[in-house]
Design a protein around this ligand. Structure first.
Ligand code: PAF
Length: 284
């Protein structure tokens, strides 16, 4: 694995891959890698000849009161994990490489970013799309892999690729979970052992939504009521939203189908957690 920190080095590596006729995949991350990130690498490897991973804690996507300073970081561990999993190029730029002084152009999403995560985190998706657009320009990948846990992010990146006519495929990989169903997330590092146990209520609620669907519920209200009943068993988990939405725009629906998504965000102490389920697929 080669490690690159600047734009010229990354572009040189990409040029060499293209020259050799290789398909290039990109896995953008903010590091503190876990099995969820490694599943993105596996999927990228299956679909391309070489895999580039970026590790960059993007300040632009954090609000002024959010966790940028304490976001978990462990580059030596990430290097080992990436190399062992078969990443070919690890791009670890500094902030000044990604945002040189004077850089002020932003990629601003449309209305799909106004709800759910976007409503709770103003400006977040402008930060995400801006950094992802820069990475797409730098790597010009044939495909890029993102996790389904951040479903609104994946939806907006797909929209950006479509609306800006990028010739690349956005691959969305199912969520990797702990044995108790809890979605893997770098932010799980903030949770105390007891909070970890209580965080399991999010996936339990989604499972209840799935079971209600499988048992024949067709109204969004009934599906969300099934999830809410489970959430209420853990009063220390403060639900921010529980949304039953259609998959393309994440707009709320009245009637559910197999493709319908149930997404939720909740606070547990100082930690904000998100998770979602596609009703026809179950947890994953
Ligand atoms: O999902 C993430 O880790 C980040 O939002 C991303 C896509 C790497 C952009 O900074």
């Amino acid at each position: 694995m080669i490690e690159l920190a600047d734009v010229a080095g990354l572009r040189g590596w990409v040029r060499a891959q293209r020259g050799a006729g290789r398909r290039v995949a990109l896995v953008p991350t903010m590091g503190f890698l876990h099995a969820g990130h490694l599943a993105l690498v596996d999927e990228a490897r299956r679909r391309a000849d070489v895999v580039a991973m970026s590790i960059f804690v993007n300040p632009l996507q954090f609000g002024p009161t959010e966790d940028l300073a304490r976001y978990p970081r462990d580059l030596p561990h990430d290097r080992r994990q990436a190399e062992e999993r078969g990443v070919d190029a690890l791009f670890v730029p500094s902030e000044v490489v990604m945002y040189p002084p004077g850089s002020e152009i932003r990629v601003v999403p449309g209305a799909t970013a106004d709800r759910w995560e976007g409503a709770a985190r103003p400006g977040h998706f402008t930060g995400v799309l801006t950094v992802v657009a820069k990475l797409f320009h730098l790597v010009e990948p044939d495909l890029a892999a993102f996790g389904r846990k951040d479903i609104q992010q994946a939806t907006l990146i797909r929209q950006m690729v479509r609306d800006l006519d990028w010739a690349l495929e956005v691959v969305v990989v199912p969520t990797v979970r702990e044995p108790d169903g809890r979605a893997l997330s770098s932010r799980n590092a903030y949770l105390e052992p007891d909070e970890r146990r209580r965080a399991g209520v999010l996936s339990a609620a989604l499972r209840a939504a799935h079971e209600a669907f499988r048992a024949g519920a067709s109204r969004a209200g009934d599906v969300s009521a099934a999830a809410r009943r489970v959430l209420e068993t853990e009063p220390s988990v403060a639900v921010e939203y529980l949304a039953v939405v259609e998959p393309l725009t994440l707009a709320p629906v009245d009637t559910v189908e197999a493709e319908t998504v149930v997404a939720l965000a909740a606070r547990l102490g100082r930690t904000r957690l998100i998770d979602n389920i596609v009703l026809g697929e179950g947890l994953g």
